[in-house]
Design a protein around this ligand. Structure first.
Ligand SMILES: Nc1ncnc2c1ncn2[C@@H]1O[C@H](COP(=O)(O)OP(=O)(O)OP(=O)(O)O)[C@@H](O)[C@H]1O
Ligand SMILES: [Mg+2]
Length: 399
């Protein structure tokens, strides 16, 4: 059931028609709060255009922490960027014009889709028994996604103690194969024919083995092949891979492609890369807003600062202030990283004692090492951060 907050009876009827679902209409925010308290299971509230903005955003803010699965769609006659930003930060999922009734219907369907994914059919949080899916993402290119993803996969495998698959979802320009010196015979393109009937045996035939515990599902050899891969292939692949491996690590392109969004939907953790430059931070802030808007729980996102010791006039504290989230881990800068990529051997294997390898192993094991950045405050905050981030990648806390 959807709750609609609208005092005008005629307008309420129009919106009710557009919403199509069973709708309870209330004329005020306190009325909606009462309805939510009584019913308990509602997944969507539509806030009418005449409800005062400040009160609507406060309502969204209050419920965002208490009931993250509850979607709030806001109707506004005028939408500007500042208001949109404010609304998204408060936890509103979408802002729609009251004139745009088809748009309202679509926004509500999208919000309900997200909410239903967050709760199981029985209202329980969805559980899965397979491995953990970890997406490494940055909306700006060159932040180090492939470097971190490949090294993280090797570190998680711990020389065969665990099984890890790295999926190269940079479908046009994937370079996991180069970074790991692999000659692919089969790639994700070969999964297309299996779509709809994928099973473990079929998917196993697409994998390229790398090192003990590490297998790779590589990106297409030609950029043009990316368009042949339906989004459904990614979802089905990830569900199958998760049943085969302890961890699936996804390397991604620097864009919110449909394939990336499908992977986000199946992921348990998101490693979001930041670097010490303003465009990367701006894009990361937008990414965080988007994850928030899509309702991915904040505990599942972890900001990792790559090249954290670069002397470029920005400190770690500046980054945390800009992003308004703590940095979960820092990976220092080193020329050995490029050398290892050129050599095709992940640094974690080639130089296990290197500070970059230690930092990435720290992420894999959940031991977030306090790096030698010299940034004031980081060392002091280290213990608290260590506790907060201790087990963000651990599987059932048992790794
Ligand atoms: N910690 C680091 N120290 C030094 N160099 C690094 C570090 N991390 C990444 N690099 C270098 O930065 C470049 C970009 O890294 P990488 O390819 O991993 O980024 P990416 O985010 O995958 O890029 P793209 O968006 O193009 O896929 C590479 O040359 C890599 O060697
Ligand atoms: Mg890359």
């Amino acid at each position: 059931m959807t709750i609609l907050i609208e005092a005008d009876g005629a307008a309420a009827e129009t919106f009710r028609f557009a919403l199509g679902a069973e709708v309870v209409v209330t004329d005020s925010i306190p009325g909606a709060v009462r309805a939510l308290e009584e019913a308990g299971r509602e997944l969507l509230v539509v806030v009418g255009p005449d409800i005062e903005l400040g009160a609507a955003l406060q309502f969204a803010e209050d419920f965002r922490m208490q009931r993250p699965e509850l979607g709030i769609v806001l109707l506004r006659r005028r939408v500007d960027v500042a208001m949109l930003g404010q609304a998204l930060r408060s936890g509103v999922r979408e802002v729609v014009s009251p004139e745009d009734l088809p748009g309202l219907g679509q926004a509500c369907r999208r919000s309900l889709d997200v909410s239903r994914r967050m709760v199981g059919v029985n209202g329980q949080t969805e559980q899965h028994t397979g491995g953990r899916v970890v997406t490494v993402f940055a909306a700006k290119g060159g932040c180090g996604k492939t470097t971190i993803a490949t090294n993280l996969a090797v570190a998680l495998a711990e020389r065969g103690r665990r099984s890890v698959c790295i999926l190269d979802l940079d479908l046009e320009f994937g370079d996991v194969a180069i970074a790991m010196q692999l000659m692919p015979t089969r790639t994700i393109v070969d999964a297309v024919a299996m779509c709809g009937s994928m099973d473990e045996t079929g998917v196993a035939s697409l994998l390229t083995p790398h090192s003990p515990g590490v297998d790779c599902l590589l990106a297409p050899l030609e950029p043009g092949e990316a368009s042949k891969i339906p989004v459904a292939v990614v979802t089905e692949l990830l569900r199958t891979l998760r049943s085969m491996f302890d961890y699936v690590v996804i390397d991604s392109p620097p864009a919110f492609t449909e394939h990336v969004l499908a992977a986000f939907d199946v992921s348990d953790s998101y490693i979001l890369l930041a670097t010490l430059d303003i465009p990367a931070l701006k894009n990361l802030r937008l990414t965080l807003d988007m994850l928030d808007m899509l309702g991915y729980p904040r505990e599942s996102w972890h900001v990792v600062l790559n090249r954290s010791d670069s002397k470029v006039g920005l400190s770690v504290a500046d980054v945390e202030r800009t992003l308004r989230v703590p940095i979960a881990a820092q990976v220092p800068s080193s020329r050995s990283v490029s050398a290892s990529i050129n050599k095709g051997v992940p640094l974690v294997l080639d130089e296990p004692g290197h500070p970059v390898s230690n930092a990435i192993r720290g992420i894999a094991l959940g031991r977030i090492a306090v790096q030698q950045t010299g940034a004031a405050g980081v060392l002091a905050q280290g213990k608290a951060k260590e506790r907060r981030t201790l087990s963000f990648l651990r599987r059932g806390g048992a790794a």
